[in-house]
Every structure is written in structure tokens, then in C-alpha cells.
Design a binder for this molecule. Structure first.
Ligand code: SAM
Length: 201
């Protein structure tokens, strides 16, 4: 298969505020799914690394890559086309990312093939809707958890900002190897506790 070459504005490069990734890691820890400081994770749509950095606070090893070179020294690889770039050196325990909206389902499927323990995808809550997504994804491969943010997670194209706002709701979808059924939970307000001034430096 050949590699897709896409214009940069079609890559859906929205930056995740680091506190939203810390919130996931705290939920994974509370659910007994990760042990802080241990395990490996691959962030395969890492952009400029704003999710990979907080992941390194919770995992023993982080591998990060992106299909586009944003100039921050990360390896370039198309997650959906194996062999188009450097690969994670070994199968990661987890794949965690914030996929481009229109490729979300493909990312979930590929992450399920790659990760040993599970994968987590930060998505717009609207990603839960859709008859074809239900038939092709949720019916055959339901997430183990839907964790809905109670606070808004401001995400902006191409930049991280401490003061932005958004009308879009987000949740984490978590798939765990061997799990059955879907549990729903709220992510309690945590931005104030998990946000650091250095995130925006
Ligand atoms: C929503 S952004 C997330 C960026 C980063 N995870 C963050 O939260 O700051 C989606 C990212 O997916 C990348 N991307 C799009 N298609 C991809 C593909 N096929 N393989 C790997 N990365 C891809 C884009 O370049 C973009 O950086």
C-alpha cells in the first residue's frame, strides 16, 4: 500500500491540553488498569507531543509518532499503514491518542491489533453516535469504558492555549483486552488540580 500524502489542514491537528491526558491516566490507575511508572504506551498521532509528555508522567516508557513532521523531532509514521515509518520498538501495553475525527474508527481497530492491554481514544462525545459506527464498531467491539468529561476540554487547531473555550464535549473511550460490556463514568472536575503553568510555557 502506498502512503497517503495529505495537506496539513486536513490532518485534524487539534492540541490536547495536558490535564485531559492526566485525567485519563488517573482514571486508568483508579480502575487498576495501569501502575504509575510502569508499562509502555504508544501515542501514534502525537502532533507536537502534548499528549505524549503527560503520558511520560504515568508510564515507564512512551513512544510517540505522527504521520506529519511538526518539527519537534518525533518519528514520522502513518499509524494506519504499517511499515511506512519507524515502528514502536515492541508491542506497547497501551495505545493512547486523540485521533483525527474522520479516522477514529480505523485508529481504534488498528490500536486493538497493536496494543497488548488496551487502548484509549479521546474523542468528541458525538463520536458515540452513528448507526454505521454502532454496527461496525460498538456492536462488535464495545469499549470497556466511556469516561465523560464533566468540564469542557478546550482544543484548538494547531495551538495549545490556557484560556480557550469550546462548545464541544469530549470523552475518553477505553478498550481493555478481554473485557466485556461497557461501563460509563464521569470524569469529575479535575482541571484545576491537574493543570500546571509549565504546560503552557
Ligand atoms: C487531533 S490531533 C492530535 C494531536 C496530539 N495527539 C495532541 O493531542 O496534541 C490528530 C493528529 O493525528 C495526526 N494524524 C492524522 N492522520 C494520521 C495517521 N494516519 N497516522 C498518524 N497520525 C495521523 C495528525 O497529524 C494530528 O497530529
Amino acid at each position: 500500500m502506498s502512503r497517503r500524502v495529505e495537506p496539513i489542514d486536513s490532518l485534524d491537528f487539534f492540541v490536547t491540553p495536558p490535564w485531559a491526558t492526566r485525567a485519563l491516566c488517573e482514571m486508568l490507575g483508579a480502575a487498576g488498569l495501569i501502575t504509575p511508572g510502569l508499562g509502555t504506551v504508544w501515542e501514534p498521532a502525537a502532533g507536537m507531543g502534548h499528549m505524549a509528555a503527560p503520558l511520560a508522567e504515568y508510564f515507564g516508557e512512551v513512544w510517540a509518532s505522527d504521520v506529519h513532521d511538526y518539527g519537534v523531532g518525533l518519528p514520522t509514521a502513518d499509524f494506519l499503514i504499517p511499515g511506512t515509518g519507524p515502528r514502536c520498538p515492541r508491542r506497547p501495553d497501551w495505545v493512547i491518542t486523540n485521533p483525527p475525527f474522520r479516522l477514529g474508527q480505523a485508529f481504534v481497530e488498528r490500536a486493538g491489533q497493536v496494543a497488548v492491554e488496551g487502548c484509549a481514544m479521546l474523542v468528541r462525545t458525538a463520536f458515540l453516535e452513528g448507526v454505521s459506527r454502532f454496527q461496525d464498531l460498538y456492536r462488535v467491539r464495545p469499549p470497556a469504558f466511556v469516561w465523560q468529561f464533566t468540564e469542557r476540554v478546550p482544543m484548538h487547531r494547531g495551538k495549545l492555549t490556557a484560556t480557550g473555550s469550546t462548545a464541544t464535549a469530549y470523552c475518553w473511550l477505553v478498550w481493555v483486552a478481554g473485557a466485556e460490556g461497557t461501563g460509563f463514568g464521569w470524569i469529575p472536575p479535575c482541571r484545576k488540580r491537574l493543570e500546571r503553568a509549565s504546560d503552557y510555557a
